[in-house]
Design a protein around this ligand. Structure first.
Ligand code: IMP
Length: 436
């Protein structure tokens, strides 16, 4: 049984949590393959809202195994808190498994993330300040602490003390902030470790066995294509690879085990943090989209910047992820507008126009969007239960996206609730994830 990747097609916050939750109903294993608590996946179910940061979005279904893969970075305190909060709301978390190879976000990573952003001043990236960059930097430098290190209290203590001695120097001398207290932190870390030990396992083997046994596996990306460390809008990116290709390494399976890549894109675009954003809306309409779409960060509460749909960036996302179909979310938010500008090309500084995403940073920084104005439908979509109920202009909007991107739109989401979604060709066509 092959695996399906769910990948963000824009700058994150596309509504992947809701789509993964929907498909998880017919899946056995759901795995996060990169990122950490910088992610905030929101699921609304029976009027209750769940905001997940570490735990995969399959957790609301009893019996689903939820894997945090080797490509992730884990803040043990935040993971323990998230598990406790889920348990307190009656959600069983005994199916959560964490790869022993996942790296730990330590208190110094969080302190360094904030201190470096402050030092950068106007040039800051606008990170979530969750310690993501510093944790991945230590992983690449081969000085990180991993989940498997928590299995032995002595090893954990030793690694913790050695690392902190160096990081405290960095904090004091370079960043001019207070050093961290060893004893209190080490004790706290041991308490988290004791709680998480039973969840640590060889998740690569677990996923391989599940696939061999014919089980359905979803691989859940965090953030989005344009935040990819190698292919996104560097340096305004995250420090991992959200792209679908990274799902194989992030979980520890071969790329031949993946056969479906479902991209998720909003019907418009949002971005949090700094960096260029060609279709960012000017004037009052930006605030209107933000209010109607509730565009505030799940993790940080920051206002999201809002823009019109950018098909140049989406065309790039289709290409670099090898997308087999697309889910379009939040179409209902556009009901408020009489006319919907959609960017089909960029105008570059040399006055040429292109449909392809610029390969060079300075071209992208100066790219001007070229819009086609599509008619709006100006009516609420609250009563839409199937595709045929959509107003004609809404169907045309979706058809325009399909035609421009040459990829099928297999899901359209019309609201936060789990059931507010229509599948133009039936759920069975969604990356092989129809009902069993
Ligand atoms: P970091 O991942 O915290 O280092 O932040 C790097 C960039 O990625 C910043 O612009 C963040 O706002 C952005 N970012 C990180 N995680 C998310 C996410 O889940 N959704 C949207 N943007 C994110």
């Amino acid at each position: 049984m092959p695996a399906t990747v769910i990948v963000g097609a824009q700058w994150g916050d596309e509504g992947k949590g809701k789509i993964v939750d929907l498909l998880a109903r017919d899946s056995d294993v759901v795995c996060r393959y990169q990122g950490g608590p910088n992610a905030g996946h929101t699921i609304v179910c029976d009027g209750e809202t769940f905001k997940l940061h570490h735990v995969p979005s399959g957790i609301l279904y009893a019996g689903t195994v939820c894997v945090v893969g080797a490509g992730c970075v884990v803040d043990p305190g935040l993971l323990v808190r998230e598990l406790d909060e889920l348990e307190a709301r009656g959600i069983a978390t005994d199916g959560v498994r964490v790869s022993g190879n996942a790296h730990l976000i330590m208190p110094w990573h969080v302190a360094i993330d904030s201190a470096s952003e402050r030092r950068l001043g106007r040039l800051q990236i606008g990170t979530t300040r969750r310690g993501i960059g510093p944790a991945y930097a230590d992983k690449a430098a081969r000085i990180g602490i991993r989940m498997q290190d928590i299995l032995d209290p002595k090893i954990l203590r030793q690694k913790f003390e050695t690392a902190l001695a160096e990081k405290n120097e960095l904090l004091e001398r370079i960043h001019g902030v207070e050093p961290l207290e060893v004893e209190e932190l080490a004790e706290r870390m041991e308490a988290y470790a004791a709680r998480l030990r039973p969840s640590v396992t060889d998740t690569s083997l677990l996923v391989d066995r599940a696939l061999r046994d014919g089980r359905r596996v979803l691989l859940e990306g965090a953030q989005g294509t344009l935040l990819d460390l190698d292919h996104g809008t560097y340096p305004f990116v995250t420090s991992s690879n959200p792209l679908a290709g990274a799902a194989a390494t992030g979980v520890g399976i071969g790329p031949t085990r993946i056969d479906g890549v479902l991209g998720v894109a909003k019907a418009y675009v949002t971005r949090v943090g700094e960096g260029p954003f060609p279709t960012e809306i000017e004037g009052a309409d930006q605030a209107r989209v933000r209010e109607l779409g509730g565009e505030y960060g799940t993790t940080t509460g920051r206002e999201r910047r809002c823009g019109w749909l950018d098909l140049v960036a989406l065309r790039f996302a289709v290409r670099v992820n090898g997308m087999t179909s697309l889910a379009v979310t939040k179409l209902d938010v556009l009901s408020a507008f009489a006319e919907l500008p959609v960017c089909t090309r960029y105008r570059l500084p040399d006055c040429t126009e292109t449909e392809e995403f610029p390969a060079h940073q300075s071209d992208f920084h100066h790219a001007e969007p070229v819009y086609e104005a599509l008619p709006g439908w100006e009516e609420p979509l609250d009563d839409v239960a199937e595709v045929a109920d959509l107003p004609e202009a809404a169907r045309d909007y979706v058809a325009f996206v399909e035609e421009q991107l040459e990829v099928e739109v297999s899901l359209v989401s019309l609201g936060a609730e789990r059931e507010r979604v229509v599948a133009p060709r039936g759920l069975a066509s969604v990356a092989g994830h129809g009902p069993r």
